[in-house]
Structures are given as C-alpha cells and as structure tokens.
Write a protein that binds this ligand. Structure first.
Ligand code: FES
Length: 243
C-alpha cells in the first residue's frame, strides 16, 4: 500500500501507467493475503495466517503472483524507469509530522495523519488518569508487555507526558478506526466513563489504548515514536529514545 501511495504522490491518480501498476499490484497483494489478517504493530503492519496450511493452494498462489508480477514488470519497466524521479512530496510521505497541541482542550481528541495513518492526540484529564490503574484486571495486556509502544511509553499511561495520549488510531484486529467515546463508553464497559470502541467487531480500548479482554483485537493500540520540542508542540515519527 505504501508503494501505491508514493506513486500517487509522484504521478497523480490519472497516470495511465500507474493505473496499470495498481491493478497488477493489488491483484498480487489480494492473492497473497487471501488467508491472512492484518495486525497493526509498532514495527509495521503484520500479516498473520488464520487458516491451516494448504500446500496445493499455496503453490497456486505463488505461481499466480509470479506470473502477474512478471507481466507487470515487463510491460512497464522501461517507461517507469525513465520517469522515476521522487519528488519532495513523495519523500514527505514518511516524514515526521509536527503537531501544535497548545489549543487541545481537556478531554478533546485531535487527529493528524502520519505515514498515511490516523494518529490521535487526546488530552486526558486528571479523572481519566486516576482511573487507569483501576481497570487493569479487565485488560489483556495492562502492563504493555507486548512491544506496541516505544520503551519510553511502557508505563501506565503509555505516554511521555501523562496528560497527552498519542496513538495510531487503527484497531489491532483488522485495522478499522475505533470511535472515541469521551462520555458514553460506560455503555460498552460498565463503570468506565471514556474509551475507544471499534464498531467493526466490537473491540474496546481504554484511555491508554489498552485492549480489554474478551474482544477480537489481540493487542494494545500502537504508540508511534514521538517527542516534544516544547510544551505546545510534539513531533510524531521521531524520538530521541527517551525524549
Ligand atoms: S477491526 Fe476492530 S474489532 Fe475488528
């Protein structure tokens, strides 16, 4: 998908050769991912098999992918190489994003885009922070043992500054974007006032992005690398290891 996105930035959606590349790329990707589930992780999206190995089917998919990929390369190799000249915009597709958080109100969530994904910044209130430890027993990974965050965010609030929760807004089940419920999360989990609910298959996350037990999502939400350059500005996508 990143491959496609970069090419769009370079050529635009209406480039005929690009449409042909998309068709071939998407077809081969679909063939490869037929039996897999995408799980967002800190180190990148992972595809996990959810079906027993079928060697005959695997041989067919491998052969089909090779044929499709080979045909695509032969058809577009020369004109594509001629026009390959990454623009500054394409380079910026993976660049860090600077976010002004000085005007975020308590309880408010703002969204920014980083590497084509939604990233949330939520300003947590004292009540929210005080409530986090109380629900540990209902969570799948309350101590964030799974590496879904940088080391400096492996704490109760999964953050550098407790007041600000910063996370990739994609469910770790199949990648839908959960809904922020600042006041009505109690309808999903009794006694918990706020949290995130994924409408696709019902996964639930607390205000630190920790997944509740008994839902399809296997992991906590991803915390992206980030660092503060002053009290009102955070950069998503880079860090100093322990900024
Ligand atoms: S994608 Fe969120 S619960 Fe399935």
């Amino acid at each position: 998908m990143c491959f496609n996105y970069d090419l769009v930035l370079i050529f635009g959606y209406n480039e005929p050769r690009l449409k042909f590349i998309f068709l071939l790329t998407d077809l081969s990707q679909i063939l490869r991912n037929l039996n897999k589930t995408r799980i967002p992780t800190l180190s990148g999206d992972k595809w996990m098999s959810n079906a027993p190995v079928d060697t005959g089917r695997r041989r067919f998919l491998t052969a089909a992918t090779a044929v499709v990929g080979g045909a695509g390369a032969a058809a577009v190799a020369v004109p594509f190489i001629k026009s390959w000249n990454p623009s500054a915009k394409a380079k910026a597709a993976g660049a860090p994003v600077e976010v002004n958080i000085s005007k975020v109100e308590p309880g408010q969530l703002i969204r920014v885009e980083w590497r084509g994904k939604p990233v949330w910044v939520v300003r947590r209130t004292k009540e929210i922070l005080d409530g986090l430890p109380a629900i540990d027993a209902q969570l799948r990974d309350p101590d964030s043992v799974e590496p879904q965050q940088p080391a400096y965010a492996q704490n109760t609030g999964r953050s550098i500054k407790a007041e600000y929760f910063i996370a990739v807004g994609l469910c770790t089940h199949l990648g839908c974007s959960p809904t922020y419920l600042p006041d009505t999360f109690g309808e999903q989990v009794e006694g918990v006032a706020s949290g995130f609910f994924c409408p696709c298959h019902g996964s639930k996350f607390d205000m630190a992005g920790r997944v509740f037990q008994g839902v399809p999502a296997p992991l906590n939400l991803v915390i992206p690398p980030h660092q503060y350059i002053d009290d009102g500005t955070v950069i998503i996508g880079v860090d100093k290891g322990a900024a």
